[in-house]
Design a binder for this molecule. Sequence first.
Ligand SMILES: C[S@@+](CC[C@H](N)C(=O)[O-])C[C@H]1O[C@@H](n2cnc3c(N)ncnc32)[C@H](O)[C@@H]1O
Length: 248
Amino acid sequence: MTPLPRVVGAETLDGLAEDDPSAMRSRRDLQRVHRVMGTRSILLRALRDWPLPRSGTAPLRVLELGAGDGSLMLRVARELAPAWSCVELTLLDRQALVAPGTVRQYARLGWTASCTRMDVLDWVAGPAQAPGMGDSGPCWDVIVANLFLHHFQGRELAELLRAVAARCSHFLACEPRRGRLALIGSHLIGALGANAVTRGDAVLSVHAGFRGQELGALWPQAEATWKLQEGPAGWFSHCLRAVRAGPS
Ligand SMILES: C[S@@+](CC[C@H](N)C(=O)[O-])C[C@H]1O[C@@H](n2cnc3c(N)ncnc32)[C@H](O)[C@@H]1O
């Protein structure tokens, strides 16, 4: 069977205001979609595996790109918190979607969550080191992207991955898998009670998703020795895990 070609289309949710009722409803739909996709378990399996560097009492620095309302990472944090007890989490998104109550729930787990409202392409164009970090290595221990990279293609996607590789020691992306099963699933999403925005965007997301080694092929190998693992995860997802194994 011929593989589906990758086609990136503008998703309706991205064009709606933060407080548009259909956008708010679609973001709630997304939480149900994550349950069906098993996203939380997929992320936990990948993250728990990593022997993360700890220097003394320094907190673990985690960045989520395109974090949305921060609710998916919160569900992950609840499971991770016993092992990852002191985390500085930055939730980056171009919309301000994280409720104060969500930040408080992170705080109860011992995680300090802060929100950065920014277009990721501005983040890519910005400095590789956080202010005050000097030359002490990558500024993030972990960068995570969920249902986010598929918004990008071509040079933008390559530049985004290059910026990620320059700024972290561990990277995990969990994206839609571009395949027939996921496509059928995306057409059935109305059965979850999803609204028209979610139903349309789900199909677009699968067409814009990834398969094979497509993300790894764009990873900037020259900048450090990285250990990459890429492939299907669960029924509908496609993951890239990248661990820095050598000096930059
Ligand atoms: C499909 S949602 C995923 C949200 C969350 N990661 C999750 O899995 O529940 C994609 C998110 O990416 C954000 N986004 C899209 N393009 C962006 C960009 N260029 N810069 C920053 N955020 C962006 C959107 O605002 C949205 O919150």
